[in-house]
Design a protein around this ligand. Structure first.
Ligand code: SF4
Length: 222
């Protein structure tokens, strides 16, 4: 019987072989990636790109300029990303920490060990675990595994976790089974998102899926 580490490695190989490199995360700077991580909650990336495009066009994509934008104006600029009032608040909370606690220096904000940085991020109102881990992995370039709905869906269907597994249970499953390699974690999460969008949807499309050869059970309600 293969170990969890062997199973997860086999999944990675199958996904990579089918999909190839995903080139995540689209963003020119760590700051842009962090902003994108806040904006991408509950929307698709195309909408985030429009919102970030608005900020760029206005010359606001730096911590000091963006922090100084009145909340209503910020909400208007990021409107394409949806939930724009909530996201404007979350973004402002993040910017306040960068500007007031880190001298507006994104490198300082993203410094420190993974656990320390994660603690700093989740203590910001509106920054949840997935957003925090996305910022750590894709903006800071440090090894933390990002978990999302797609990860849960695949892992439950493949019997790797129970349905009531917590975010940190799922994160530990991957981190305890794989080497703490930033590039591996980067690619693996991106591949799972691709899998979830194309095959492991709410209504699973197992036929032709790269993980079809591995044991799985589909409950359509997952
Ligand atoms: S084989 Fe089915 S259950 Fe497994 S990942 Fe693919 S779509 Fe999801």
């Amino acid at each position: 019987m293969p170990s969890t580490a062997e199973i997860l490695k086999s999944y990675y190989d199958a996904l990579y072989e089918r999909f190839g490199p995903q080139h995540w995360w689209p963003g020119e700077t760590p700051f842009e990636v962090a902003v994108g991580a806040v904006l991408t909650q509950n929307t698709n990336w195309r909408n985030v790109e429009k919102a970030i495009g608005n900020l760029k066009r206005e010359g606001l994509l730096d911590p000091v300029s963006l922090h100084a934008v009145p909340r209503e104006r910020l909400a208007e600029l990021i409107r394409p990303a949806g939930y724009y009032n909530i996201k404007a608040d979350r973004l402002h909370n993040l910017l306040t920490v960068i500007v007031n606690d880190c001298a507006a220096d994104v490198d300082i904000f993203l410094s420190g060990a993974v656990d320390e940085l994660r603690q700093r991020l989740v203590s910001i109102r509106g920054v949840g675990l997935e957003t925090a881990d996305s910022i750590i992995l894709y903006a800071a370039g440090k090894p933390t595994f990002v978990v999302d709905t797609y990860t849960f869906r695949m892992a439950v269907r493949h019997g790797l976790v129970f349905e009531d597994a917590s975010y940190d249970d799922m994160k530990s499953l991957f981190e305890n089974s794989l080497p703490a390699d930033t590039q591996l974690f980067n690619e693996y999460h991106a591949l799972i998102v691709r899998l979830g969008k194309e095959f492991c949807k709410k209504r699973a499309v197992c036929s032709g899926c790269p993980l079809e050869p591995f044991p799985h059970t589909v409950e359509e309600t997952v």
